[in-house]
Design a protein. Sequence first.
Length: 476
Amino acid sequence: MVNRMQFYIDGAWVDPAVKKSTPVVNPATEEAMYEVALGSKADVDKAAAAAKRAFETFSQTTREERVALLEKIIAVYKSRLKDIGASVSDEMGAPLPMAEKLQAGAGLGHLMTTLDVLKNYQFEEPVGSAVVVREPVGVVGMITPWNWPLNQIACKVAPALAAGCTMILKPSEYTPTSALIFAEILHEAGVPKGVFNLVNGLGPDVGAAMSEHPDIDMISFTGSTRAGIDVAKRAAPTVKRVSQELGGKSPNVILEDADLVKAVGGGVAHMFNNSGQSCNAPSRMIVPLSKMKEVAAIAKGVADKTKAGDPRAEGTTIGPVVNRNQWNKIQDLIQKGIDEGATLVAGGPGLPEGVNKGFYVRPTVFADVTENMTIAREEIFGPVLAIMGAKDEADAVRLANDTPYGLAGYVSAGTVERARKVGRQIRAGNVNLQGMPNERTAPFGGYKQSGNGREWGKFGLEDFLEVKAIAGFNAA
C-alpha cells in the first residue's frame, strides 16, 4: 500500500512538518482518488541535511559498489512495472498498455542504459603532468513533471546515483504515486539512507525552497520554460549548477520528395502520442505549400482514426489530458486557431463524440497555419497539430528555426543525404531523420529557451559530475 501522506527522508517514511494535503484527481473521471501530503521548507531542510550527511560516504563509494546498487534497483523495478503503469494511467490519463510499456518502460530503460555507461566510464584521465578527475557534484535537487513521470525521474536519479551524488526529488503533485513506488523500489534495493529523499509538494513551496537552498549544489529541472526561469533566478544567489529541460515547439520538416503518406502519417501519430503531452512533440508540421491539401487529407485520416477514450478501455489510442487547467488552456488555443484564420481539418473545440466527462481533447489538425498565428508560436501541450506551408527547402529551415524553443526537430526527405543536410541546419538539441526514434544512449536536451542541460547516456552522467584538475599528479 503506497503511503501518500508521508515523505521518504533519510531512509525512512516520515510525517510532514506541517499537515497539509491536496487531492489527486483522475483525469478520465474528474473524481478525486485520494489525498497526497504537501511539504514545506522545513521538510526540504530535513531532506537536505540528510543528503549532505550521506554525501560524505556515498561520494566515496567505488564504481563496483554503485554498479551492484543499480543492478539491484533494476531487479526490484522490474517487479513493480505493472504497479507503476497503473498509477501513471490513473493519475495522468495514459492508456494502460502505453503506461505499462512506454511510461514505466522508459524508467527501466534509463536505469539499464546508465548501468552500461557506469561500467565503462572513465572518471580519470591524464593531461600532461596532471590528472583530470570527474567527481560527484554534491547534493542534487530534482524537480520533475507529470507528463512522463518515471522517464524524467529515472533519467535524473540513475545517473546521479552512478556519479556518487545524493539527492532530493520533488515529483509533480499530479502524479505522485509512481514516484512513491520508485522510492519504495530504492528502499528495497538497499540505497543507503539519506542518498535518495522524496518530498512531495507544490512548486512555489518545495520547488522554491530547493532552488534557494544553500546546501543543495545543483538543481535538475524538467518543466515549463516559465517555471525554469523562476528556478534559475532563485538558484542564482547560491551559484548552484542549474540543468534544465524545458518546453518546445518542435518543427517536423517534410520535404517535397519524401514519402508523404509515411512521413505525414507518422508525424501526426507521434504528435498525438501521450495526448500531445510531450515536450519534444512534433507540433509544427512544415510541408511544401503546393502539397498543403494532400498533406491535410492524410493528416485528417490519421486524426479521424485516433480514438480518445477511457485509458483502460480496449481500442483507446489516447487518454485525457492531465487536468482541468490544461484542458481549458488547450480549448482556448484551439479556438484561437479558428479565430485567427487557420483551416480546421479535424477535431476542434469541446469533448470528443460520445464523451460527457473527463479532460478529453478532440485530436485536432489545423492546416494553412502562418508563422504569426498563436498556435504556431505557443506550446499547446495537447493533441493539436499545426500544418505550415514553406515555399522551398530554405524557407522550411527558416520556419523551423523561427521559434524561441529548440528542443527537437524532425526531417523527412526522399534521401537520407538530403535529410542529413537539412537536419544539420535545425537549431535544436535533438533532430530525428526519416522517422527514426531517439537513441537512448545519445544526449537529450535543448537549445535556446528549451534548456541548457543534457540527459541520457554518458551525457546524463556528466551533468552530475564536477571536473577537477590535479597538477603534478603524474610528475616524475
